[in-house]
Design a protein around this ligand. Structure first.
Ligand code: ADP
Length: 351
């Protein structure tokens, strides 16, 4: 068991990325309580909805557990927040000025492969020589950190002139910022509402994106607050809709398309991708099983008067790749070819 002084020493090693001060010198430690079966630390964040709150909490628990192995699972970190300030004034500056094209990737429902498609399109565009970034705004299941193998990345801050910038993760030559870097997995519920939109605004305008040809945004499924925030904060060049054959007939997909086409929003829909279009078993490589019906995606695109970009079959290595931080286009040449054709059309439809 440690003493309070021990604990303080550990807390001195943890720096708030934005202020540059450690937790002790930054007066963030309100109390430390130690007993046989518990270390409880109360941290105070003067700024309400501080985007670094969760990563600092996580880091505090990890560091204390590492320093005091007997206390594994017995470290508690309580958070106190300052009173919320009135709505922040519009940011004067934004780091998005160097981005040429912003593409929103949307779906009617979760689980259709929107995140998988986003990651693979990002890698494909990057392989075509473009500079690419990904903003993972899917508060219901931020899966880009896993897809790119950078789970647990803790964003740090850098000062550039008078701006405080958040440094994105880098994987496969792609700059990645994810709401998942700021949320402890169990806390996802907290993030539905103002806290999520506030953090998202910071991620949009403060991430050190640099010069990019494409920023792909992995939106949450459906239509909601996050979509509105993104549409308000960014000039979206176009939207790509992902659906599965089961979903093409469902109203959510049409609603999703309608959101972009709505008067005053009028974002060009660059096209529809049908994911999980058929299944080919490894032992019968020439057979295609259209388990959930055939041609629905193309028909939907036609009736909505949007381009049909192509189909991606169900491939086991795509699933395994996204679980292992390795987008499918690296492991499966036929899939890579399909994504290349889709990416070519997206680039063409942007013009
Ligand atoms: P969403 O972002 O729409 O919620 P995900 O991209 O997380 O969906 O995909 C859901 C699951 O389906 C993941 O396990 C993913 O690996 C798998 N998956 C997505 N597309 C394919 C595909 N074409 N073939 C095989 N598995 C896929």
């Amino acid at each position: 068991m440690g003493t309070k002084e021990h604990v303080k020493e550990i807390l001195k090693q943890i720096v708030h990325p934005e202020t540059g001060q450690n937790l002790v010198d930054g007066n963030m430690v309100e109390s430390i309580a130690i007993s046989d079966d518990r270390i409880a630390v109360t941290l105070v964040f003067s700024r309400s909805r501080d985007p670094f709150m969760n990563s600092i909490k996580r880091q505090t628990i990890l560091s204390l557990e590492e320093a005091f192995p007997d206390m594994k699972d017995k470290v508690q970190v309580l958070i106190k927040e300052g009173t919320p300030r009135p709505a922040q004034p519009e940011p004067q500056k934004t780091t998005t000025e160097g981005i040429k094209n912003i593409i929103a990737i949307a779906s009617g429902k979760g689980g259709v492969g929107k995140s998988t498609v986003t990651a693979n399109l990002a890698v494909t565009l990057s392989q075509m020589g473009y500079r690419v970034g990904v903003l993972d705004a899917d508060i219901y299941g931020p899966s880009q950190p896993k897809m790119f193998g950078v789970e647990g990345f803790m964003p740090s801050a850098v000062k550039r002139g008078e701006l405080e910038l958040i440094v994105p993760a880098e994987a496969y030559g792609i700059s990645l910022m994810s709401i998942g870097f700021f949320i402890a997995p169990g806390d996802a519920l907290v993030w539905r509402g103002p806290m999520a939109t506030n953090a998202l605004k910071q991620m949009i305008h403060q991430t050190d994106w640099g010069a990019l040809d494409f920023l792909l945004i992995d939106l949450p499924p459906g239509t909601g607050d996050v979509h509105l925030t993104i549409l308000q904060e960014l000039k979206i060049s176009g939207a790509v809709i992902v659906s599965t054959p089961q979903q093409v007939a469902v109203a959510d997909v049409r609603r999703g398309i309608g959101m972009f086409k709505a008067p005053k929003i009028e974002i060009p829909v660059l096209g529809l991708i049908e994911n999980m279009a058929w299944f080919t078993p490894a032992e019968l490589p020439n057979n295609r099983y259209y388990i959930f019906g055939k041609g629905g995606g193309a028909a939907l695109a036609q009736s909505e008067e949007i381009p049909f970009l192509g189909e991606i079959p169900i491939v086991q290595s795509v699933m395994e790749g996204s679980e292992a931080g390795n987008p499918g286009v690296y492991t499966h040449p036929a899939i890579a070819e399909r994504y290349r054709s889709i990416a070519d059309q997206i680039v063409k439809n942007l013009k």
